[in-house]
Ligand binder design. Structure first.
Ligand code: DUC
Ligand code: ZN
Ligand code: ZN
Length: 460
């Protein structure tokens, strides 16, 4: 039976309109003012906004961190439930091969993790952690398999490749019109500084951000953008966290380069003082790049407001405090890097952005959904409420308030960096391809997620 969402305000990245929306099967079939109820089942959404399902373009729902057998606290089953319950209907997860593995094997492994377990729709960025003729030949194979975006690393010894390899990969990706995102930090400098601090007995979480100062990120951003200029490839910068990196982006744009910039909620609402908390609490915030200064935070907000930052995703990568983060009690460099966040992004950005009058709701829709869909070849199947698009809809109640809490969260991890944060606005119900899957922040219909096949050129 079709469903009629009646009395709400439909929001896109450019405007808002009072429209009823009819869903049938998996798609939006009709939109208009005062639509007749007919045979439809009605959800009265008066007082609510209808937002296109949010897309998180940067998750590590399942990741082995390369330091022994440590896997993330969440997996596809738990992470996707936490995502969709609060409004994120699609994730682009980082498929990460192990050394020596083919991209095809990695894709099969990620399909195995997600298929039948995911409660939101999903696709992947394919990580390229080594470069050789076999991997090169697989770039086209990935695009043919619906994976149009790739990820590389300039830091992390088990993941990073050389500049020349990045350059070669860029040229191959450019041949097929794919999208590349890179983790920008100077890995050599990070290693130098970790060795120095550890040798000096400076081993508390306080030292984590000091091994990765803004220059470490900005240098890598500048170098990456110069390599991209040489390769003539539009590129994405993931989790950009500093003012100096944003300045490097401005320079690249001024010389005519197309650069996409992603930042994350943690860089907008948390800051570096948290590394100095008592009882090893600072370990909870160990992620890379690290949390930054209030000056960086202000520069990032300015970028979000002006539009020099394009998207906000989470870098969700959850490790428990007890038993995982605590492994680094006597050496911060052993603390697994990453924080949970796939569940909290919509409420945080609404609270600190929209309700705080920093950005409009239209801008939030762009940052969390529409512009991500356009960048990653998901649009107009995803990222917009219009006739013919997937019926991924968040019924957003701006009056709902709440408090983020580790005790009540759906993420399968023993803490949240936002514990006790008061929020304004929340998803009242969430539709995934026409099915109501969540209500009042809880799952009512799980494991309905599906792989989204992406095609180059769809992102217009
Ligand atoms: N940074 C993190 O903190 N965790 C996962 C990967 C990354 O780049
Ligand atoms: Zn990264
Ligand atoms: Zn990441």
């Amino acid at each position: 039976m079709s469903i009629l969402l009646k009395g709400g305000v439909v929001v896109s990245a450019k405007d808002r309109r009072q429209l009823d929306v009819r869903l049938d099967g998996e798609t939006i079939i009709e939109m208009g003012t005062n639509l007749a109820i007919g045979e439809s089942e009605v959800e009265d959404v008066t007082g609510c906004f209808l937002l296109p399902g949010f897309i998180d373009a940067h998750t590590h729902l399942e990741l082995n961190n390369g330091k022994g057998s440590m896997g993330t606290a969440d997996n596809f089953y738990t992470g996707s439930k936490a995502a969709v319950a609060k409004g994120t209907t699609t994730v682009i997860d980082m498929a990460t091969p192990s050394k020596g593995s083919s991209l095809k094997d990695c894709l099969a492994a990620w399909d195995h993790l997600a298929e039948g377990n995911s409660s939101c729709d999903y696709t992947y960025h394919m990580s390229i952690i080594e470069w050789n003729p076999e991997i090169k030949a697989e770039i086209k194979a990935m695009i043919d398999a619906g994976i149009t975006s790739f990820k590389m690393y300039m830091a992390y010894d088990n993941l990073r490749t050389k500049d020349a390899e990045i350059f070669e990969a860029m040229q191959e990706i450019r041949t097929f019109g794919g999208m590349l995102g890179i983790h920008c930090e100077n890995g050599d400098m990070v290693n130098e500084m970790i060795a120095k601090f550890v040798a000096e007995g400076k081993v508390s979480p306080h030292y984590h951000p000091l091994t990765r100062p803004d220059s470490v990120e900005a240098e890598a951003v500048e170098r990456y953008l110069m390599i991209a200029d040489l390769a003539d490839l539009p590129v994405n910068i993931v989790h950009l966290s500093t003012k100096r990196s944003l300045e490097a982006v401005h320079r690249a744009r001024e010389r005519g380069q197309k650069v996409y910039v992603e930042t994350c909620p943690q860089y907008l609402v948390l800051d570096e003082h948290l590394y100095d908390g008592p009882d090893f609490e600072g370990a909870k915030y160990v992620c890379s790049p690290p949390l930054r200064s209030l000056e960086d935070q202000a520069a990032l907000w300015a970028g979000v407001i002006e539009g020099t930052i394009d998207t906000i995703s989470t870098d969700h990568c959850s490790f428990n405090f007890e038993g995982q983060k605590t492994i680094g009690r006597t050496d911060f460099s052993k603390i697994p890097n990453g924080m949970p966040g796939v569940e909290t992004r919509p409420e945080l950005i609404y609270t600190y952005g929209v309700a705080a009058n920093k950005i409009t709701l239209e801008r939030m829709v762009g940052l969390l959904s529409e512009d991500i869909a356009k960048q990653f070849a998901l649009y107009p199947q995803k990222g917009v409420i219009q006739q013919g698009s997937d019926a991924d809809i968040v019924v957003w109640d701006p009056e709902k308030s709440g408090v983020i809490s580790a005790a009540t969260q759906l993420q399968n991890v023993d803490y949240t960096p936002y514990d006790g944060f008061e929020t304004k606005g929340a998803a009242r119900s969430v539709y995934l391809r026409g099915q109501k899957v969540a209500e009042e922040g809880q799952m009512i219909n799980e494991k309905k997620g599906r792989f989204v096949f992406r095609t180059i050129g769809q992102n217009k």
